[in-house]
Ligand binder design. Structure first.
Ligand code: PEP
Ligand code: MN
Length: 264
């Protein structure tokens, strides 16, 4: 067992209870797209909003995020909708900028959590910061590396931590973009029992048609939440267009979900 010094996930005035739902576009593209998507997401009853500001692309040449100019857009989202906002950080500079703009939740992406030097840099910048930090599994199926990234963040004094299960890359073609390999987050839960696990069906499936089954599977496994990419106009998205759903489609799927409370 891995002993972490954790606190229950919470935000000012909001305790985060199962199922924790985080939704929003893969990337912040324009101020209008972020705000309108946020309004639609908030209208479905979701409380936590995601949008990538810095986008780590596997290959060069694709949209790499708007950068710091997008942070005031997320601040407006907070002010106008009351949503809590989260974004990905991959460097100490990202952490500094995000905190300066009042971002509520930070996450470490799958390409960063595979790199202990980068994780340590982010962790060092997080010293003494008491906001939720979510750690995605590394792109490769390496549970030790995932636990190591979580430990680095926790040793920096961050106590509100959750793991995000976003699936694992594989050379084999499958219907999924990233194979869920459910046994890995299940083993993570066994090793670190008090750590919440949030599943990311968007990056697992790569296709909006497949989202629901993965959402339901995560709930059947008693995982703690879901982070789902939702865009006001998915087919026009600048990144991950085929896996994003509209906020209305998201609500339809959430309404269909069967959420049992069981002790596994
Ligand atoms: C994302 O959340 O948009 C993202 C880049 O995800 P991942 O790090 O899981 O690939
Ligand atoms: Mn994405």
């Amino acid at each position: 067992m891995v002993n972490l010094d954790l606190e229950p996930l919470s935000l000012p005035g909001l305790e985060l209870k199962r199922p924790i739902i985080i939704a929003g576009p893969c990337s912040a593209e324009t101020e209008e797209q972020v705000l309108e998507t946020a309004r639609q997401v908030a209208a479905q009853g979701v409380k936590l909003f995601r949008a990538g500001i810095w986008k780590p692309r596997t290959r060069p040449g694709a949209f790499e995020g708007v950068g710091s100019i997008g942070l005031p857009w997320l601040k407006r989202v907070k002010e106008e909708t009351g949503l809590f906002v989260g974004t990905e950080v991959a460097t100490g500079h990202h952490v500094y900028e995000a905190l300066k703009h009042g971002i509520d939740i930070l996450w470490i992406g799958a390409r960063t959590s595979a790199n202990p030097f980068a994780v340590q840099e982010v962790a060092d910048a997080l010293q003494g910061v008491n906001i939720p930090v979510l750690v995605k599994n590394p792109v490769n199926p390496d549970l030790e590396l995932w636990i190591g990234a979580i430990e680095r963040v926790n040793r920096a004094g961050v106590k509100k931590i959750a793991a995000i299960h976003r699936g694992f890359s594989s050379i084999d073609k499958s219907e999924y973009r990233n194979h869920p390999q459910w046994q890995i987050p299940i083993e993570l839960r066994r090793r670190v029992p008090n750590l919440p696990i949030i599943t990311d069906p968007s990056h697992i499936t790569g296709k909006r048609e497949l989202l629901f089954d993965v959402m339901q599977e995560a709930m059947d496994l008693n995982f703690d939440g879901l982070i789902i990419e939702s865009h006001m106009c998915p087919e026009k998205a600048w990144s991950d267009a085929s896996q994003q759903c509209t906020p209305v489609q998201l609500k339809e799927m959430l309404d269909k979900l069967v959420i049992r409370h069981h002790n596994i």
